[in-house]
Design a protein around this ligand. Structure first.
Ligand SMILES: CC(C)(COP(=O)(O)OP(=O)(O)OC[C@H]1O[C@@H](n2cnc3c(N)ncnc32)[C@H](O)[C@@H]1OP(=O)(O)O)[C@@H](O)C(=O)NCCC(=O)NCCS
Length: 170
């Protein structure tokens, strides 16, 4: 199997929808990806191709830290999906690593994620409460995590992270 990670192109939209619809229980996440893209918000969208077939996808869109006016630029990782037959082969990890690198190259300060607490720490994510940063959703502390892309950029920061309004439809 040859594996490649690359940025999405216009012609990938339908395949990306299918990957998300297959990986999640409902089509909500697949539709969310389209809604975010259509909203005009900036995004980083990467996909994993195995033998030229799209098998995985990861999306990053900007999130806001309430009350912060210091110009912090933060990305939210969501959603991420790998087609069921291709899971647990390291494809998700490759997508996360490539996504983190892309966010970093584009100059973002940090990335937040709401997800499995035993998965994301492998990539350096730590519970956001370490910084007094919380999710807008009522979730256990350990599932809302953050990764600094610049050293100490979150020092002294606190507040609530808000995702794009389209996430409200999930
Ligand atoms: C989460 C997901 C993207 C991971 O992709 P992947 O290619 O399987 O990830 P990797 O192979 O890099 O890593 C596998 C690890 O992920 C973790 N993992 C995967 N699915 C998990 C789940 N449902 N619960 C807890 N941990 C999970 C495990 O730690 C696993 O390691 P193991 O095989 O040693 O147990 C994929 O499982 C998926 O699409 N799930 C359905 C959609 C989803 O829940 N997305 C994340 C929320 S936005």
């Amino acid at each position: 199997m040859t594996m490649a990670i690359r940025k999405e192109q216009d012609s990938d939209k339908e395949s990306i929808w299918k990957v998300n619809a297959e990986a999640f229980e409902t089509e909500a996440e697949a539709n969310l990806v389209n809604a975010l893209r259509d909203s005009g918000t900036p995004f980083i969208s990467l996909l994993a191709e195995a033998d030229e077939e799209i098998v995985g996808h990861i999306l990053f869109t900007p999130v806001e830290l309430t009350g912060d006016n210091s110009g912090l630029t933060l990305m939210g990782l969501a959603p991420m999906a790998v087609r069921p037959g291709f899971q647990r082969k390291g494809i998700g990890s490759q997508l996360v690593r490539a996504g983190v690198e892309n966010c970093s190259i584009q100059g973002y300060d940090a990335i937040v994620v709401l997800g499995h607490p035993e998965y994301y720490p492998k990539f350096g994510f730590v519970p956001s409460v370490k910084y007094g940063i919380k999710s807008e959703y009522d979730v256990p502390d350990e599932v809302f995590m953050v990764l600094e892309l610049k050293e100490n950029v979150l020092k002294g920061k606190s507040g609530i992270i808000r995702f794009h309004a389209a996430f409200g439809d999930l």
